[in-house]
Ligand binder design. Structure first.
Ligand code: AGP
Length: 611
């Protein structure tokens, strides 16, 4: 949940570190800091509580210069967001930044205190600085010192260390938290995520769990924790730095909503053979996934909503039994798993601890694990590699904490999987498969037509921006869309919102309805249209204010609703890829009217790498 970065090379590290931290701020922003080992051989550190701009101010008043340095932007897990707890932490010339949680930190802290080690912070990170400093004091080289302390620590870490005794050297080690290495020309980078050094290189290495790297200006050496050399091929990333910028939009979230047509098209590209309606699932191992006779989808948040929709797709098209679990619940319900069970993990970041944990548990129980991820080389993607593999969504970089384009591309990936299984299991004819794929290929232009009518959603948003509570209602595949619409609104506008199955209202929630509670109903053409309209009329009869998402050509809906937004007609299974878009824009414009921090909402982070 934190952002870390390191630089070693020929340039002044400070601006590179600060620029990198700015691109990592979405990972957490309770405090930030940089440490530079200057030409005088000494370590100079500046840290500041709050957003990166506070550190920027300190650095302008007290600039730091040096060609070796590390930086950190924090999402607090141990210790309050204070300057003392901000990273980097330095002990006896050893300086460290860390993303993760040490589970045995108290035991280690007591052990070190018994050795008269003095602590300045409440963090688990400082413990590793002490342990490494002790090893350096015994004459160990920096990489040996780091290697020697790792067996003592239990937990998750992306660790980056520098030391005054080892100029021009960075050592990094990975267990469960992400680390990418950026390979430059006479300079090298280490970071939590690609955007941090995309300005300087396109060539990246993704460290695996149990790997360490020693970075120097002219070379990088990768070993396992035992010191055995590891050969890792670099990956060339095509994302341009501009992708990581806002492209003229006010917020990353707005830019990413507008990128959805392209993201959907890119996720389909190269994967569909129309002549026989078969799907090329690059990255997935069909010999592993095709034999499964039961599927469990597990995810968190928006990705869980995608999984709920995927159940409709997979059961209707492929007739494969599907259960959908919140990853944080799946791990503790003692699930029944065997080698004919598939576990499909959906995760934009590929780093969500709960989801990664579920994958590891399922793998240990001999289930076939495979993933739908957006970040190349992410931990979940790698965990699934030698089992069912990973189907990447090609949504591109998603920086806004509120997931949008990743969600619709997850639905594309699920739809492609459903068609793949349907064709393999003989439940889907070529003709029907071609029909489904033709409708799927219309989605990008349908989303474009929705985006072109954003102004009417802005008007609706302004009418309801002061409401204190919202309800979102839907049936069938649009019920998870109602959940998603509610999540979008609450996480960026801080307004309380709940998603409900429309048919559930009469079983209690309708007691909430009065003229102060806007209800967003999804009543698009399909098998549950009539019943949904009846549910919404019940709400209207109790003075509820109705905002309805309906299908183009619906002449009836205006008599039921206070506000209507129509979307193009498609099949019920693809409806969610369209009905979610007005809800994303509604949430965005209500939040914008309220002036909340849309890209970095309070208390949240883009990737939840703690359980
Ligand atoms: C989505 O808008 C939220 N930010 C959050 O619920 C997110 O979907 C969830 O944390 C899962 O993240 P993942 O897809 O990266 O695993």
């Amino acid at each position: 949940m934190c952002g870390i970065i390191g630089y070693v090379g020929y340039q002044n590290a400070t601006p590179i570190l600060v620029d990198g931290l700015r691109r990592l701020e979405y990972r957490g922003y309770d405090s930030a800091g940089v440490a530079i080992i200057s030409a005088d051989g000494k370590t100079h550190i500046h840290r500041a509580v709050g957003k990166l701009r506070n550190l920027d101010t300190v650095l302008r008043e007290h600039p730091l210069t040096g060609s070796l340095g590390i930086g950190h932007t924090r999402w607090a897990t141990h210790g309050r967001p204070t300057e003392e707890n901000a990273h980097p932490h330095t002990i006896d010339g050893v300086t460290i930044v860390h993303n993760g949680i040490l589970e045995n930190y108290l035991e280690l802290r007591h052990m070190l205190e018994a050795r008269d080690r003095q602590f300045r912070s409440e963090t688990d990170t400082e413990i590793m600085a002490h342990l490494i400093a002790e090893q350096i004091a015994k004459g160990h080289a920096l990489d040996e010192a780091v290697r020697s302390i790792l067996p003592q620590v239990r937990g998750t870490y992306a660790l980056v260390v520098i030391s005054e005794s080892h100029p021009n050297t960075i050592v990094t080690a990975k267990n469960a938290s992400p680390i990418v290495l950026g390979l430059g020309d006479n300079e090298n980078f280490v970071a939590s995520d690609i955007p941090a050094c995309l300005e300087y290189t396109r060539s990246f290495v993704f460290l695996e769990d149990g790997q360490m790297a020693i970075l120097r200006p002219k070379d990088i050496s990768i070993t396992d924790f035992e010191g055995n050399q590891q050969i890792v091929e670099p990956t060339t990333v095509t994302w341009s730095p501009i992708m990581a910028e806002k492209g003229g939009h006010k917020h990353f979230m707005h830019k990413e909503i507008y990128e959805q047509p392209t993201a959907v098209a890119n996720t389909i590209l190269g994967r569909v053979s129309m002549e026989d309606a078969t799907i090329h699932l690059d990255g997935v191992n069909p010999e592993h996934i095709d034999p499964i006779d039961r599927l469990i989808i597990t995810a968190c948040g928006t990705s869980w909503h995608a999984g709920l929709i995927g159940k409709f797709m997979l059961e209707h098209i492929a007739r494969i039994p599907v259960e959908v679990d919140l990853a944080s619940e799946f791990r503790y319900r003692d699930p029944i798993l065997d080698n004919k069970t598939g576990l499909l993990a959906i995760s934009q970041s590929g780093e969500t601890a709960d989801t990664l944990g579920a994958v590891k548990d399922a793998k240990a129980a001999h289930a076939v694990v495979f993933g739908i991820c957006n970040v190349i080389g992410s931990s979940i993607a790698r965990e699934c590699k030698n089992s069912g593999g990973v189907l990447y969504t090609h949504a591109g970089l998603e920086i806004g904490v509120a997931s949008t384009k990743a969600f619709v591309t997850q639905l594309v990936a699920l739809f492609l999987l459903a068609i793949h299984f349907g064709r393999k299991r003989g439940t889907l004819s070529i003709t029907d498969g071609q029909d489904h794929l033709n409708r799927l290929r219309e989605i990008p232009s349908h989303i474009e037509s929705i985006l072109a009518r954003e102004a009417s959603l802005i008007a609706i948003a302004r009418r309801y921006a002061r409401a204190k509570d919202f309800l979102f209602l839907g049936r069938g595949p649009n019920y998870p869309v109602a959940l998603e619409g509610a999540l979008k609104l609450k996480e960026i506008s801080y307004i309380h919102a709940e998603g409900y199955a429309a048919g559930e209202m009469k079983h209690g929630p309708i007691a909430l309805v009065d003229e102060h509670v806007p209800i967003v109903g999804i009543a698009t053409a399909g098998p549950s249209y009539q019943k949904t309209i009846s549910n919404l009329e019940e709400v209207r009869a109790r003075n509820g204010k109705l905002i309805i998402i309906a299908s183009e050509g619906d002449s009836r809906i205006a008599s039921v609703a206070d506000d209507v937004f129509v979307i193009p007609k498609t099949t019920p299974l693809l409806d969610p890829l369209l009905s979610v878009v007005p809800l994303q824009l509604l949430a965005y414009h209500i939040a914008d009217a309220k002036g909340t921090d849309i890209d970095q909402p309070r208390n949240l982070a883009k990737s939840v790498t703690v359980e």
